[in-house]
Write a protein that binds this ligand. Sequence first.
Ligand code: PNS
Length: 161
Amino acid sequence: MRIAVYPGSFDPITYGHMDVIERSAPLFDRLIVAVFCNPLKEPLFSADERVEMIRESTRHLSNVEVDSSDGLLTDYARRRGAGVIVKGLRAVSDFLFEFQMAMVNKYNAPEIETLFIVTSPQYSYLSSSIVRELGQLGGCLKGFIPPNVEKRVRDKFSAGR
Ligand code: PNS
């Protein structure tokens, strides 16, 4: 069984993340989308909310599972029997950090490979932080995030967080 983990903050999931999920899921028997909690970042959505939004958005993909974790990614991947970590690369600006992460993950778990998927050009500028800022300022989110996620972002900001 070929199992891969696609880790991220997903705060919230965007069409850029969806692009990576939809293109990498067919490469594996199971793709686990794993929401990681970064202790250095204050998230907009709780881990449970992020998991729910990803589940709603990936319902059409039968081999995609959604989970959350904290701690080391490589410990999680080993626990789940995953041999591959999938990462999305939008632009050169992503590369330095992702390269660093891939090296640390390789040091921690030499048997696990990192696979980079280059994001489709129409999503190369898109990020969760741009979505959060647009949401806070009442900007248009159409085409950036799935409709179920758009509703959650709107609700979150209209509730005053
Ligand atoms: O969507 P993001 O914020 O770019 O995702 C970053 C993430 C969650 C993939 C990264 O922070 C991560 O791998 N966190 C788990 C902790 C870990 O293993 N860190 C790497 C070694 S220091």
